[in-house]
Design a protein around this ligand. Structure first.
Ligand code: CO
Length: 135
């Protein structure tokens, strides 16, 4: 069926510089790259951890999904992302199983990858992102 590898764990932070400094100082880990993803209202940084990433998300404005998340729940884990080879097939499978989706169709996320979010209700309260792997 589908190969679901862990792509990244995303953490909502108020200040990307502070968070990156902490990771560097405490773990010697530096961002592989940074990107402003305006469609999602975030600036993101990716820190490589083994074959996966920690994704740090700083909201561009308070009135964005991640901004509202921090306002109501504080900083912390925002979502977990799985890499799938075929995101259309993965979404079709979730739909067929009756999963509630945030994105009915894939959209373009960071690094130009095709992504889709699955509603937290489908996964016991955890927001799940699917990322189509380029390989
Ligand atoms: Co993500």
């Amino acid at each position: 069926m589908f190969a679901y590898n862990l792509d990244h764990v995303a953490l909502a932070v108020r200040d990307l510089e502070t968070a990156l400094d902490d990771y560097d100082r405490l773990f010697g880990a530096k961002a592989m790259y940074r990107e402003v993803v305006s469609e999602q209202g975030v600036e993101e940084a990716m820190i490589a951890v083994g074959g996966s990433f920690v994704q740090l998300l700083q909201p561009l404005h308070p009135d964005t999904p991640v901004g509202r998340f921090i306002e109501s729940r504080g900083e912390g884990m925002h979502h977990i992302a799985f890499a799938v080879a075929d995101i259309d097939a993965a979404l079709a499978h979730l739909k067929a199983e009756g999963s509630r989706l945030v994105d009915e169709e894939p959209r373009v996320g960071g690094r130009g990858a095709r992504i889709a979010f699955v509603h937290p209700k489908a996964f016991a309260g955890t927001l799940v992102e699917l990322v189509e792997s380029s390989s």
